[in-house]
Design a protein around this ligand. Structure first.
Ligand SMILES: [Zn+2]
Length: 194
């Protein structure tokens, strides 16, 4: 079942969640977004967590997941480049921002009231609506300056990125990498004692 694909670290920031659809497990890089079924699974994960809403798209995902796949992959590579730059303490180029703006132009926003909040509803093809929402999220990270808190996981084998809100976080998550590191250190200590 496609819905059983586990996407790690769903953060609510859809642009970072997209980048984190590439993961390393047991030393091998896995791409969790290579086929239409993966797009469906990712979409269901995000709607289940109220990160996006079905009403933001004109048609059912089943109708347009095929068309969305190449756009999402392109967007992911683009976002990773910018976010890794920020994580490494470099500046974002204005071209990078212009590109995000151009993604929104393909499906600009109307608004609906949902659960007492204004829900941006892109006007355009649904696949462009999705990338428009992702671009909006990325631009919001820039205006709120959260983008400067983007970090790489301290595990050199891990490719996950996250926002370090409190300035203390080292790992993508304790479950994925933090505990593993603790276990390794514990084993090293134990070996020394022997
Ligand atoms: Zn990690």
């Amino acid at each position: 079942m496609t819905t059983e694909i586990k996407f790690p670290l769903i953060s609510g920031n859809i642009s970072i969640d997209l980048v984190n659809t590439e993961v390393v497990r047991h030393g091998t890089r896995h791409d969790l977004l290579t086929k239409t079924a993966h797009v469906l699974a990712w979409f269901y994960t995000l709607t289940r967590d109220d990160i996006i809403f079905k009403e933001q798209f004109g048609e059912d995902i089943e109708q347009w997941a095929d068309d969305a796949l190449p756009l999402l992959r392109e967007m992911r590579a683009f976002l990773r480049e910018g976010y890794e730059k920020m994580a490494d303490g470099k500046e974002l180029s204005t071209d990078w921002i212009t590109h995000l703006e151009s993604q929104i132009k393909k499906a600009p926003f109307a608004y609906q009231l949902k659960k007492n909040t204004l829900m941006p509803t892109p006007i355009g093809k649904p696949e462009n609506a999705l990338t428009s929402l992702i671009a909006l999220d990325a631009l919001k990270l820039i205006t709120s300056n959260q983008v400067s808190n983007i970090r790489r996981c301290a595990n050199p084998d891990c490719v996950l990125l996250f926002i370090d809100t409190h300035g203390r976080r080292k790992w993508c998550s304790m479950n994925i990498c933090g505990n593993r590191s603790k276990v390794t250190r514990h084993q090293q200590k134990a070996q020394k004692k022997q």
